[in-house]
Design a protein around this ligand. Structure first.
Ligand code: 2BA
Length: 146
């Protein structure tokens, strides 16, 4: 059976080796309207994306489902609220995240239950994301080249 503990060349590289860097990650900012967030989510094709501030510090996550949920009235979806509500009114604050210093095993554990992890530095600045896709690609590469 494959034992990752005995595969140091897979386990040892830093999180930064596997990360999608911040500049390639679709995101929204604190203060953006839900209308803008829905536009970014729709255009990017991703179901959830990080919420940052102007200094690129990580604050949460927002998804299309969170936005729709917040617009639900008694009998209909109140689309007119899209322009008034802000990202910070509906975002998820307790999000799966790791620091650059974390080891790969911690990341793998979290990726079992979450499609991606936000990566931040020791001061809370957003560095990028670590996705299930990257993990599986690297794992496949490693298994094939064993
Ligand atoms: P989802 O948006 O639910 O996407 C699930 C999977 O579908 C992705 O898995 C990817 O394999 C595929 N996919 C979806 N939209 C795509 C697109 N526009 N281009 C290429 N492939 C796409 P992962 O790549 O493992 O991503 C896991 C989650 O990480 C995504 O979930 C999304 O929430 C987030 N994500 C990934 N890349 C991102 C990026 N560049 N910017 C913002 N968020 C990203």
């Amino acid at each position: 059976m494959l034992s990752l503990r005995h595969n140091q060349d897979f386990i040892e590289p830093k999180i930064s080796k596997y990360m999608i860097p911040a500049e390639k990650v679709a995101h929204v900012q604190i203060g953006n309207s839900l209308e803008h967030a829905l536009l970014v989510l729709t255009k990017s094709g991703y179901s959830a994306i990080p919420v940052l501030d102007a200094r690129f510090r990580l604050h949460g996550l927002i998804s299309s489902a969170m936005i729709t949920e917040s617009l639900l009235g008694l009998e209909r979806i109140e689309f007119e609220k899209l322009a008034d509500k802000k990202v910070e009114d509906v975002m998820l604050v307790k999000i799966p995240k790791i620091t650059l210093e974390e080891n790969l095993e911690t990341a793998i554990d979290l990726l079992i239950n979450h499609p991606f992890l936000c990566v931040e530095d020791s001061e809370g600045f957003f560095e990028g994301i670590f996705t299930r896709r990257i993990l599986l690609k690297e794992l496949k590469h490693h298994i094939i080249n064993q």
